[in-house]
Write a protein that binds this ligand. Structure first.
Ligand SMILES: [Zn+2]
Ligand SMILES: [Zn+2]
Length: 148
């Protein structure tokens, strides 16, 4: 499954998240930014299990902050909208690296992303997983699915 680049240069994580939120709220009649409805907990088998890594907007729309050592990705926000055709479901919002080494390669690690994960996770008391939802295919910390 391929990702589409959002086409913008994001200078900050906040800006990348804002763009993903705007895209996910593309429903007719919606003018204001969406509320993040439900924390998106890192999933099994990834390095971020037990941390809130983003938010679900609906059962089929979500975004999460990620780090990939691939120099073409690094810090980025993944936007997923399963209401769209498969070729348009996944959008990547890359955050422009701020530091480069002498050869011009970006210097980046997951420190910044982890700071955000920690900040979001502390809103929910303690790191945890909750209950794996068969519909959303993520963990709901409240123990039940918030989407009817
Ligand atoms: Zn973007
Ligand atoms: Zn659910």
């Amino acid at each position: 499954m391929s990702e589409i680049d959002c086409g913008r240069q994001h200078l900050s994580i906040e800006d990348a998240i804002a763009h993903a939120r705007r895209n996910l709220d593309a429903r007719a009649g919606e003018r204001r930014g969406v509320q993040d409805v439900e924390p998106y907990w890192g999933t099994m088998g990834s390095s971020n299990v037990g941390w809130v890594v983003g938010y679900l907007v609906t059962a089929r729309r979500r975004w999460r902050l990620d780090f990939d050592p691939n120099p073409d990705k690094l810090v980025h926000v993944n936007e997923e909208n399963f209401d769209l055709p498969p070729s348009r479901q996944k959008v990547i919002h890359k955050v422009k690296p701020a530091k480069f080494d002498v050869s011009g390669k970006p210097i980046a690690d997951d420190t910044q992303a982890r700071l955000y994960w920690r900040k979001w996770t502390t809103r929910y008391g303690q790191p945890g997983l909750g209950v794996l939802c068969a519909v959303c295919r993520v963990y709901h910390s409240g123990g039940r699915c918030p989407f009817p």
